[in-house]
Design a protein around this ligand. Structure first.
Ligand SMILES: C[S@@+](CC[C@H](N)C(=O)[O-])C[C@H]1O[C@@H](n2cnc3c(N)ncnc32)[C@H](O)[C@@H]1O
Length: 279
């Protein structure tokens, strides 16, 4: 089909070479929070990540790939599934890939997916399930790393509380290494969280530099809601008051605290210690 044709017919692959193509500009705009908010879409890069997401039936709107990988079996399969879901498939030049991803060395496959958040009422932890609540997290790399770590530890989901960075931003999505498609996310205001917390069936554990309990001394054999504080100011007093335990990870050396994502990882692998086994 001709470049910049408005809509591709079902099953058709549209070849795009123009840097001024409207769809390419729209994909590029998804790097900006405003357009992600308006459209409810986000971008993922990389053949494996896009293929995994499509295999899991995550709703894909656009698949774009470089002409060099057009005959790769994974690309062919993902293209077929994208069409089956009513999405659009674009075969593009390296220059177009670089423009839409704002990268000098772009990945050869890009997917545009619908954002998905779980409603708080649907959160039902399993008997030893762990959910992580992040209060006011600001750093996209930290958020992506935490989502990846939640996935790796077998925890069940992440709740974003208050004013936080967007989990569907490019940097956060990259840092998840694909776990954005596997870890349920929910969002709540601080007021909603305080009310919802009363329904939590297990214990609520906050991490705090003034915590008086060693994190290894708590009995985690029940659903655990783990509260992590903000990078700059730590866990807010109002949140600390919602906790059954305020724990500290003992430190040596002169650093006054751990990085938020590292502290979350240390906590998760302690809480999940008895569930994780080498096979
Ligand atoms: C970079 S720290 C925040 C430092 C902040 N200046 C403060 O006073 O809390 C970010 C978050 O990681 C967690 N954290 C970091 N180090 C910790 C430790 N040694 N024990 C418990 N939690 C820790 C806490 O949730 C903290 O709110």
């Amino acid at each position: 089909m001709a470049d910049d044709s408005p809509i591709s017919a079902p099953g058709a692959i549209r070849a795009v070479t123009s840097l001024n193509n409207t769809t390419i500009k729209e994909i590029r705009a998804l790097a900006l929070p405003k357009y992600r908010k308006e459209s409810g879409l986000f971008v993922t890069e990389g053949m494996k990540l896009v293929a995994d997401a499509v295999e899991e039936d995550w709703p894909i709107r656009i698949l774009a790939y470089g002409a060099k990988v057009a005959n790769h079996p994974i690309v062919r399969r993902v293209a077929t599934r994208t069409h089956a879901r009513g999405g659009e498939v674009l075969e593009v030049t390296d220059a177009v890939l670089a423009k839409m991803t704002r990268r000098d060395n772009p990945q050869m496959v890009v997917g545009v997916f619908e954002q998905r958040l779980m409603p708080p009422s649907a959160i039902r932890p399993s008997p030893r399930g762990v959910w992580v609540a992040l209060e006011g997290i600001k750093d996209p790399g930290n958020l992506g790393t935490i989502i990846r770590t939640v996935d790796a530890s077998g925890a069940e989901g992440v709740i974003l509380v208050g004013d936080t960075v967007d989990p569907f931003g490019v940097e956060a999505v990259r840092a998840t290494m694909g776990s954005i498609f596997h870890v349920p996310l929910a969002r709540m205001t601080t007021g909603e969280f305080a009310a919802w917390r009363k329904t939590w069936p297990g214990i609520v554990v906050g991490t705090h530099l003034s915590g008086t309990e060693d994190f290894r001394d708590v009995d985690y054999a029940k659903p655990v809601l783990l509260l992590m504080g903000n990078e700059q100011s730590g866990l807010d007093d109002g949140f600390a008051a919602l906790c059954d335990h305020l724990v500290k990870i003992p430190q040596a050396g002169r650093a006054d605290s751990l990085n938020l994502a590292i502290a979350t990882g240390v906590m998760l692998f302690e809480i999940r210690r008895n569930e994780l086994k080498l096979t």
